[in-house]
Unconditional design. Structure first.
Length: 179
């Protein structure tokens, strides 16, 4: 049975990663309301559906990608149910080829383990090495559901705050694409 805590509106009592601590410190400092749950590691779509139901939100799919030379990095946010097709993504962005970045790059650049990729990783990207690309379909949701930087913590937060304030706070201007 997949564990999901009750919904909380305060940070966890203990942080699992430096990024997770930074996420909640930032939200508290900026006085941004959120709802969150602690979970077992979400592995299946069924797990994600349970999280969605608990938070009454659609958790986004966040992918960390790079070019072949591993010199350009992309944090791509799309809807959970949409399949990722590299050819379509590459065409929409205008690059010849893209692949998933390594686990080491994900951790080094965004401070997250596999399964924890999140828009909040931009808090650690002070040199703006990562370009944020957002599928236009994400704009159809009122709320933004995502990982808190760990594969065992998920949150619901204002989509408008993420897109209009948070990304500007981290100096990451998103590019909206249709994939």
């Amino acid at each position: 049975m997949f564990y999901i805590s009750e919904v909380h509106t305060t940070p966890p009592s203990e942080f699992k990663t430096p990024l997770q601590e930074l996420v909640y410190t930032t939200l508290l400092n900026l006085q941004v309301p959120f709802e969150r749950v602690d979970t077992d590691e979400a592995i299946t779509m069924e797990d994600c559906i349970l999280i969605n139901e608990k938070l009454n939100v659609q958790i986004v799919k966040t992918l960390f990608l790079c070019n072949r030379q591993q010199t350009n990095f992309y944090l791509f946010v799309t809807t959970a149910g949409k399949p990722f097709v590299t050819k379509d993504f590459s065409s929409a962005v205008g690059i010849p080829r893209v692949s998933f970045a390594s686990v080491e790059l994900l951790n080094n650049l965004l401070g997250t383990p596999v399964g924890g990729a999140t828009i909040f990783g931009t808090l650690l990207d002070k040199e703006n090495k990562v370009q944020v690309l957002i599928d236009k379909d994400v704009l159809n949701e009122e709320w933004y559901g995502c990982s808190d930087g760990t594969p065992k913590g998920y949150m619901k937060i204002s989509r408008d705050w993420i897109l209009n304030e948070f990304l500007h706070h981290t100096n990451h201007i998103p590019t909206f694409i249709a994939v």
